[in-house]
Design a protein around this ligand. Structure first.
Ligand code: GDP
Length: 525
């Protein structure tokens, strides 16, 4: 590719992830997007993973047992001249640090909310991670075909619970069984819920934003209620600001129903219009690397192990930051300084893997790995040495005490532990006084993967005792007195040797704050 071709290809990329609470409708909307992208021909293809069609023969055993995918995959399609990359962020039991790290590899996020439930716990956690990155967040209020909460409430909740301004791009007319359509503020038209023909799908609005009086909907009370709401939004609501959207300070809000494919296309068209192309990424010394820079560079944000137990291979997922990836190219792995030939690469579709030959900044490629890569690694092809900022550490919420079952096998236990922690599979803590091993994770599955891999890859059976859910809070070492520790606020140190307390519950945290009012504690991301 010459310079112009590369610039054109990069400008087409739109790379995003969907964040949501389980059951809000992420799978359903993903499927609709893939249908619009022409990647799948019928609904149910993505969903199939729950009924077992999705799993190819070589997923790791634990994944098969539970019928879930351990790590997120990438789906790609073309739409309106853009190349869309959707990075899946697993929920339910398979929620893990990988889910958070995936959010480090996208340029935008789509937040799917169940309009009957509003903002739920997992959405809030994922939102925090996305918000911290300052990237655009698009909101889809789903399940409009069912009775939900008042739209004004839902918009207010964005501000109250998440601290982000909501701008309603469209507004429901009626809801649930009485849903008539969407008032589309952007395109100045009504999108009808049950059009009789394709031509009836949209009804244009006049200059005052009203339907002609002979349209039967105008007689409906819900239409008049919508006009009142729109007036309120125009007068007292947030003002649309593309700048704020780009910074993640305002989220455009779309209503719809993924299941009945209502409002999804309207959402996708706006998304394609406003979502950003890949941007520059900073190196450790603060220099931005532009996506159109001719030399290839990227970072590894996820490693999926044991996709094929017979070969014990792993796949390292690379987000391309700059330049062009060519199969077979040589790159430098910053951490070791070694040159590695990238001859085995793969690109992920909804239900198949294909070999990828070229990809550009914004794309994700999977590299077959025999143990060269670690999470957070930088790779580059140019002569100039570069290293991207490290991926953030996330505050775990679940903890386990861990020991080797067989005391004679301490060596393999330590080796496995060290490698898996380095790789980012789990986080490791040691108790302050006794140096016991404590593992931390954001999702239960991380422990199970850890146990499985210790046995299968390092031949080390481990004993795990749950400590349960704890709140981790770091303390300035200068303020620390070991006597502050108790079973309710266990004192441990992280891999950097920094001290922190694991609080049993909020009560324990408050008790601590009352007892040591001058001590400042803080959370990581
Ligand atoms: P995920 O866990 O977020 O991936 O959610 P799914 O896409 O699997 O959806 C969870 C459930 O909600 C499924 O039974 C879907 O059929 C249903 N669902 C998804 N979108 C809608 C919608 O727009 N309306 C209704 N009524 N149900 C929906």
């Amino acid at each position: 590719m010459n310079k112009q071709e590369l610039a054109d290809a990069v400008a087409k990329r739109r790379t995003f992830a969907i964040i949501s609470h389980p059951d809000a409708g992420k799978t359903t909307i993903t499927e609709q997007l893939l249908l619009f992208g022409g990647v799948i021909r019928e609904a149910g293809t993505v969903k199939g993973r729950k009924s077992g069609h999705y799993a190819k023969s070589d997923w790791m055993a634990i994944e098969k047992q539970r019928g879930i995918s351990v790590t997120s995959s990438v789906m790609q399609f073309n739409y309106q001249g853009k190349r869309i990359n959707i990075l899946d962020t697993p929920g339910h039991e398979d929620f893990s640090e990988d889910t958070y790290r995936t959010l480090m590899a996208v340029d935008a996020a789509v937040m799917v909310i169940d309009s009957a439930k509003g903002i739920e716990a997992q959405t809030k956690k994922l939102f925090k991670v996305v918000k911290q990155r300052g990237i655009p967040i698009f909101t889809f209020m789903n399940k409009l075909d069912r009775d939900g909460r008042e739209p004004l409430d839902l918009i207010a909740e964005l501000e109250d619970l998440l601290g982000i301004e909501g701008y309603a791009m469209n507004w429901p007319i009626g809801s649930g069984k009485t849903l008539l359509g969407l008032y589309d503020r952007v395109n100045n038209r009504i999108e009808n819920y049950r059009p009789e023909t394709e031509a009836d799908r949209f009804s244009p609005l006049d200059d005052e934003g009203k339907l002609p009086a002979d349209n039967p909907i105008t007689k409906d009370a819900s239409y008049r209620a919508t006009l009142d709401d729109i007036e309120l939004l125009d007068d007292a609501g947030n003002t649309f600001s593309e700048d704020k959207i780009m910074r993640g300070d305002q989220t455009p809000v779309f209503f719809g129903s993924a299941l009945t494919n209502f409002g999804v296309e309207t959402f996708l068209n706006s998304f394609v219009k406003y979502a950003p192309a890949p941007s520059a990424k900073k190196t450790v010394d603060g220099t931005p690397v532009e996506p159109t820079a001719p030399d290839f560079s990227g970072f590894i944000f996820k490693i999926q192990a044991n996709m094929n137990p017979a070969h014990r291979d792993r796949i390292a997922f690379v987000r391309i930051v700059s330049g062009e990836f060519d199969r077979g190219m040589d790159v430098t792995l910053k951490r070791t300084g070694k040159t590695i030939r990238l001859s085995n690469s793969t690109e992920f579709m909804a239900d198949s893997r294909e070999t990828v030959n070229t990809a550009v900044a914004g794309d994700i490629v999977g590299l077959y790995d025999t143990g060269n890569f670690q999470i957070g690694d930088t790779i580059y092809s140019g002569k100039q040495d570069l290293e991207f900022e490290p991926l953030p550490q996330f505050t775990p919420e679940l903890f386990m005490r861990v020991t080797a079952k067989n005391v004679m096998k301490q060596k393999s236990f330590h080796k496995g532990m060290q490698q898996l922690v380095q790789e980012g599979a789990v986080q490791l803590y040691r108790t302050y006084s006794t140096n016991d091993y404590i593992l931390g994770a954001v999702g239960q599955l991380q422990f199970e993967v850890f146990k499985f891999r210790m046995e299968n890859e390092y031949n080390s059976e481990v004993e795990m005792t749950p400590i349960g859910s704890r709140t981790a809070r770091w303390i300035d070492p200068d303020q620390l007195d070991e006597k502050m520790s108790s079973s309710r606020n266990l004192l441990v140190k992280d891999v950097h040797g920094d001290p922190l307390f694991l609080f049993e519950n909020q009560f324990a945290e408050r008790w601590f704050a009352d007892k040591y009012p001058d001590v400042k504690l803080h959370a990581k991301l």
